[in-house]
Write a protein that binds this ligand. Sequence first.
Ligand code: AKB
Length: 324
Amino acid sequence: MTKKIILITGSSGEIGKSLIQQLSNDNIIIALDITHDDYTSPNIKQITGSILDQNILDKINKKYNLSEIYHLAAVLSAKAQKNPDFSNEVNYNGTINLLELAKTQALKYQNSIKFFFPSSIAVYNVLNQNLNDIINEKDLSENPITEYGKAKLKCEKIGIKKYLKNNVDFRCIRFPGIISASSKPTGGTSDYAPEMIHSAFLNKNYNCFVHNQTILPFMAMPDAISAIINLMNAENNKIKSKVYNVTSFSPSVINFENKIKEFFPNFKLNYDIDLKRQKIVDSWPNFIDKSLAKKEWSFSYIYNFDNLFEDYIIPSLKKYYNHE
Ligand code: AKB
């Protein structure tokens, strides 16, 4: 059977690295990122460059008949706040470039093209809401406080409003914090959790930039990857809502500290609160409702907060740091 040709942008990023491992077995992957990576699989064609470089996108359009696009390239929340002009260029204009490529491909090959867009809990702003509210996709306050959240929300809306009718099968997940044991976080505000876990494993103390009562929704990277693949493989007639929350657990910083100390008793957590990042996290929901994803495409997950460390984190960190 002819292999599908799939474009993944941000292929060297945290989600990209894990997603390529899953998709490259049975598909041809066009891996686009500004960072060069060393791939061994003959199924991976690497292009080192920017989603803002129209020449690169034109060459991809000319050379390939794409079945799916996974547009993961982004500047995450904390980094985006420090450089709003550049981050909006990447997070909004870059996404429009990829949506236009999808539209052109759909027209050229007279076929629908699936488009995965990773949004975020950053589209929510719950600063004036009850912290125990379980936020669903309709609870949007329409005024996220970060440049990242604003760009993600704008892309969700244009993806649905303009590109769905141009045969771009736009599908979107609003990710919570993601905990990966096979990569290090870069530039997010939810990074405190994976950062403290990696620090503990390396016998280092960690200075947490948010206070100990801070709560966010999280999930393990393998479950995030499965969610992406399951959403993209779902029958189109089931994907009625197009935009979905997913999550697995919502621990506080203290919960993380106590769990980490079960495995690393000498771990020491200090605090060096970053008020700007604290405000960002405070605007994001503590708990999110995943029932729509369960209902429309059977979202599920393997790792909860009880089995996360023993079944995923510890064995994967040993592999990642070669501590076999
Ligand atoms: C970030 O912290 O910016 C991301 C996110 C929650 O979207 N990890």
